[in-house]
Design a protein around this ligand. Structure first.
Ligand code: ZN
Length: 383
């Protein structure tokens, strides 16, 4: 059994479950630290174990471009290459192909494009993307999809939905034909449809009909207002099978995660903890704090008084601010460590609240204490 639903919260739609893979179990809802290029920026696998991460996410497109499949195959797969022995989910790379590359040509067959690194001509099709993920050895694999940009005309969004369904069918066929299940891999379908209700519903119906181990809601957090993002959940969540995990791709801010869990989402990923860390921003129990701020120059308190991570137990705001001011790498690392820890611990508190049937209270308390933004984030998905 890939996914087991353990319980649903008494008053909300929040769910507690467990995913079982060859590389271990993951309690849901969970957050996946993003290691786009086989590393979560400045953090080692040992750090991630210490923080308590139970899964990591990498990106098919980026790894295909660099270092290339032969190098990862030579290492015996992605787990061995990056020394990570817990589960890995890989993005298909569809989003990156559509957002990063130039001169791309999309046909029903696949997408031909120039590498964003060296301009080399590359081609991805649903079958190629499955093959890459087979070589990577990811525990959870995503199909190639077409992510319509925001805003999208209805006609273009409808065409992307049709192509996403056609490609989902071919991905599943390739998954079966190349015996990826036998190799211990599980596959996800991605629901598209931009900001159109009937297209989201159509996509959900078609993708669920193809049949996957789990379902992802894609094409969100691409610049649309946050209320539209959550409206998408209002439309598709009632259609989702109860016995499969649900993944809200590329979401999001801590308060957005808390809200989406209450609507029945199980899986999250976002580059925000490491990206914001890079700019000196820490996620804390009361909201975001920017360490560059002059008021912290002589502040000998930890980044977050309510955090017990290595950074907060051992280093002061004053010191970390100094590291940022003189561009020392340790500053980045200390904040990345704290931020990823913040997300992982948040998910632990979320699971505990669901287990005790008090998610509604938790959600209310979190949102009133956290300097709630429920804002859109233009950076959220541009990896
Ligand atoms: Zn901390």
């Amino acid at each position: 059994m890939f996914f087991t639903l353990k319980k649903t919260d008494a008053k909300t739609k929040a769910r507690l479950g467990v995913i079982r893979t060859f590389h271990g179990e993951i309690e849901s809802p969970f957050f996946m630290p993003v290691g786009t290029r086989a590393t979560v920026r400045t953090l080692s696998s040992e750090d991630l174990h210490q923080i308590g991460a139970s899964i990591e996410l990498s990106n098919t497109y980026h790894l295909y471009v660099r270092p290339g499949l032969d190098i990862i195959e030579n290492a015996g797969g992605l787990h061995k290459f990056m020394n990570w022995n817990k589960p890995i989910l890989t993005d298909s790379g569809g989003f990156q192909v559509f957002s990063l590359t130039k001169l791309r040509k999309i046909t029903d067959d696949g997408v031909r494009f120039q590498s964003h690194v060296d301009g080399k001509q590359l081609f991805l099709s649903p079958e190629v993307v499955m093959h890459i993920q087979k070589v990577l050895g990811s525990d959870m694999v995503m199909p190639l999809d077409e992510c319509a940009p925001y805003p999208s005309e209805k006609v273009a969004a409808a065409a992307a939905v049709k192509r996403t369904t056609d490609w989902a069918i071919r991905s599943k066929e390739a998954f079966i034909k190349t015996k990826m299940r036998e190799a211990g891999q599980f596959n996800f379908g991605i629901i598209q449809g931009a900001t159109y209700k009937h297209l989201r519903e159509q996509s959900a119906r078609e993708i669920i009909n193809v049949g996957f181990d789990g379902y992802a809601i894609g094409g969100v957090s691409v610049g649309e207002p946050v209320k539209d993002m959550f409206e998408t959940l209002d439309w598709v969540m009632p259609m989702m099978p109860g016995d499969s995990p649900r993944y809200f791709m590329g979401i999001g801010m801590p308060d957005q995660i808390v809200k989406a869990v209450g609507m029945g989402i199980d899986m999250f990923d976002t580059v925000l903890p490491t990206r914001y860390g890079r700019y000196g921003t820490a996620f804390t129990s009361v909201g975001r704090v920017n360490i560059h701020n002059g008021e912290f120059a002589k502040d000998l308190s930890p980044v977050d008084a309510n955090c017990d991570c290595i950074t907060c137990r051992n280093y002061t705001r004053s010191y970390i601010r100094h590291l940022f001011n003189v561009d020392e790498i340790l500053g980045l690392r200390l904040l990345a460590y704290h931020n990823v820890h913040f997300y992982i611990k948040l998910m632990g508190r979320i699971r505990e609240a669901i287990a005790q049937d008090r998610y509604a209270v938790f959600q209310h308390e979190f949102l009133s204490q956290y300097q709630s933004e429920l804002l859109g984030d233009e950076h959220a998905k541009t990896v």
